[in-house]
Design a binder for this molecule. Structure first.
Ligand code: GLA
Ligand code: ZN
Length: 660
């Protein structure tokens, strides 16, 4: 498998020379500025189809060749993009089947981007043709170090071609209509299918009440998108088998199963746009860290930070500027957790259209005498000093299970509460682990559990085949497992487990969850444990401890005194159940105890301070909004060369990188 194998940490961004072809002076200036900013890696041509193929079959590649030549002559490498993220107007006009159809059956007009059918043979044909032409012309250009396939895959299409592909997908998956009808429980409301042609994707204008169908459609989207990616990449892989292929993935994205999609990629790439400067900076930093841990875990390899903004975005409700220090801190946060590149959207602000006020290295003023440019140059310098980190991975013993299939199941599930707060809950558990200075992988139910000592799997409502058995074995073999309310309700088709929840994890957890109460947002119960009382809310499972020991009980309501927190010793390990959604104070205390019990080494940190180790580099990062003190191991400051470590004061937005 070709690897992301750059001889440096990449620094650069999305570069759109196709917007400035009538301004050779600007293209020339770009090169000067890139070198000044310490940029060595540009992603070129992401939305350039109209410039590359202005009319059907007429390729205009000379401009791209001259851009690649200039970049290369100046020591700048390139991820070359395939242009399929947006298509030229002539194509939609002549071949409307390339456009998406909405779930109500209406076909979109030409416009926007990411608005194409993944099934259409016409679209696939155009994509393959131009990709082959690009690969043949530029695949061996010395500037080109990898392929950036399309852009941020997302969305679905309900055209008749996609419906037919969906039926094929279902036939492969279920074999017979009987099996499908059983898996989707279609005897409910007389929904039994008697002919494959009766099946369509879920639609608010049609079938919307079969959760099995909705989950199957989500999986089909992943299937069809990855099939499209395979088709996109085929000519490229044929012409340049040595070049790695990637596509850029999105924050906490739930439209596709990234664990499936990542199988098509040689390395993962990520676009990160946290709301830096929002009221709870610790939370923003945690979301960002969680995503990085997810990206690294997808392939258990370093990834590319393909996009981030050097200053502000233009699409948050309120677009804050990055405060002094934040650009370096947030960029190195990615490196700390496994990124081998720091890239931006975008190199230069476009002059018009939707993203003209999105942050960029070069603004409309066009020169380098700006705060943002200086910030970017500082990151360039830091990345040069950290080059020795390339390829290194952290040593991780703790995993958090974020399974997108489970998220779909929870989203579609009617009751006991519309918003189950799944993502918030995940991040709350993650926060407690990060506050202990632990390295965390973000895995799904199909990943290998063996290397971990502790697995936190909050709200694992949907258990995919084999997951419960493997979690059980994990505990038997000495692991610590943490589950919470709503665990083990349904199988992968959303059929409830019979015989008592948490279904196949009942023996592992040693409890039976008889009922689940839902609470209003401002309503709370409490957990009495170790002489303290902690608040909890959202949902409360009413559980019976079967073989588990009761550690904490509910404080209020008609189930006061009943178990809320339990521990079940099984084989050499322990499976914990938290039957509700407690706050940070509980989770901090709970994980301090559980990690100690599991023999994990922790470094308790002040709130908002993050620690990450990668190879022999240790990063201490202060997102707390106030100066912070931490005790760090001794070594050399990787950014200044001075001796470092011991009691260390981190200023607001401060970072210390110590090479041990
Ligand atoms: C996404 C896209 C980019 C750009 C940025 C703006 O990540 O991939 O093309 O639109 O958002 O933040
Ligand atoms: Zn379609």
């Amino acid at each position: 498998m070709p690897e992301l194998n750059l001889p440096f940490l990449g620094h650069g961004g999305d570069y759109n020379p196709d917007q400035w072809l009538d301004r050779p002076d600007i293209l020339k200036e770009d090169i000067r500025l890139m070198k000044l900013a310490g940029c060595n890696l540009m992603s070129v041509g992401i939305f350039a189809w109209a410039a590359l193929e202005p009319e059907e079959g007429r390729y205009e590649f000379d401009w791209l060749e001259s851009v690649l030549d200039d970049l290369h002559a100046n020591g700048i490498s390139v991820f070359l993009a395939t242009p399929s993220g947006a298509r030229p107007a002539w194509m939609s006009q002549k071949y409307p089947e390339v456009l998406r159809v909405r779930s109500d059956g209406l076909r979109n007009f030409h416009g926007n981007r990411h608005n194409h059918c993944y099934t259409s043979p016409v679209y696939r044909g155009f994509v393959q043709k131009i990709n082959r032409a690009l690969a043949e012309r530029f695949g061996h250009h010395p500037a080109v170090k990898g392929w950036h396939i399309s852009n941020e895959f997302s969305g679905d299409c309900h055209c008749e071609l996609c419906q037919a592909a969906f039926r094929d997908f279902l036939k492969t998956r279920y074999g017979t209509l009987d099996a499908l009808n059983h898996a989707w429980w279609t005897s409910f409301w007389s929904k039994t299918y008697t002919d494959w042609n009766q099946l369509r994707g879920p639609s608010t204008a049609g079938e919307f009440a079969i959760q099995g169908l909705k989950v199957a459609w989500q999986r089909f989207m992943t299937h069809q998108t990855t099939d499209f990616i395979r088709a996109e990449a085929a000519p490229i892989r044929e012409v340049t088998p040595e070049l790695p292929v990637t596509t850029n993935l999105m924050m906490l994205f739930d439209g596709l199963d990234y664990y499936e999609l990542a199988k098509e990629l040689d390395f993962a790439s990520f676009d990160n746009y946290p709301d830096w400067g929002a009221p709870d900076e610790e939370w923003t930093a945690l979301k960002s860290a969680f995503n990085y841990d997810w990206m690294r875990s997808l392939k258990q390899k370093p990834f590319a930070l393909m996009e981030s903004t050097p200053s502000q975005v233009n699409w948050h409700d309120v677009c804050k500027l990055k405060k002094p220090g934040m650009h370096l801190l947030s960029s190195l946060q990615a490196v700390a957790q496994g990124a081998d590149t720091v890239q931006y959207f975008q190199w230069r602000k476009s002059r018009g259209a939707a993203e003209k006020f999105h942050g960029a290295v070069v603004g409309h003023s066009g020169h380098e005498h700006t705060r943002v440019f200086r910030d970017v140059r500082d990151v360039g310098e830091a990345l040069e000093k950290l080059a020795g980190i390339r390829g290194a991975m952290p040593d991780v013993r703790v995993a958090l299970v974020y399974d997108v299939n489970n998220r779909w199941g929870l989203q579609f599930c009617e009751g006991p509460r519309r918003d189950k707060k799944y993502v918030e809950t995940l991040l709350e558990h993650y926060r407690a682990l990060k506050r202990l200075g632990l390295a965390v992988d973000v895995i799904d139910e199909t990943c290998d559990f063996n290397k971990y000592k502790l697995i936190a799997a909050p709200m694992l409502y949907m258990l995919r085949p084999g997951a419960a058995e493997r979690l059980d074995a994990f505990v038997e073999n000495g692991g610590a497992l943490v589950c919470t309310c709503l665990t083990g309700r349904v199988d992968e088709d959303d059929l409830c487990f019979l015989g008592g929840f948490p279904g196949p994890l009942r023996r592992t957890l040693g409890i039976w969850a008889e009922e689940t109460d839902a609470l209003y947002d401002d309503e709370q119960n409490g957990i009495r444990m170790d002489g303290k009382e902690y608040a909890c809310g959202t949902m409360c499972d009413l559980i019976h401890a079967e073989t588990a020991e009761v550690l904490g009980t509910y404080a209020r309501d008609f189930y006061a005194g009943q178990p809320c927190v339990t521990a079940n010793r099984l084989g050499a390990g322990t499976a914990y159940y938290i039957a509700s959604r407690p706050g940070a104070d509980f989770l901090d205390d709970f994980y301090a105890a559980v990690t100690a019990q599991a023999g994990l080494e922790t470094t308790p940190l002040p709130a908002g301070v993050q620690l990450a180790r990668r190879g022999d580099f240790l990063f201490a990062m202060n997102f707390s909004g106030a100066p912070a003190r931490v005790d760090l191991p001794r070594g050399t400051d990787a950014l200044t060369g001075a001796p470092a470590g011991g009691e260390t004061e981190l200023p607001v937005n401060g970072i210390k990188v110590i090479r041990e």
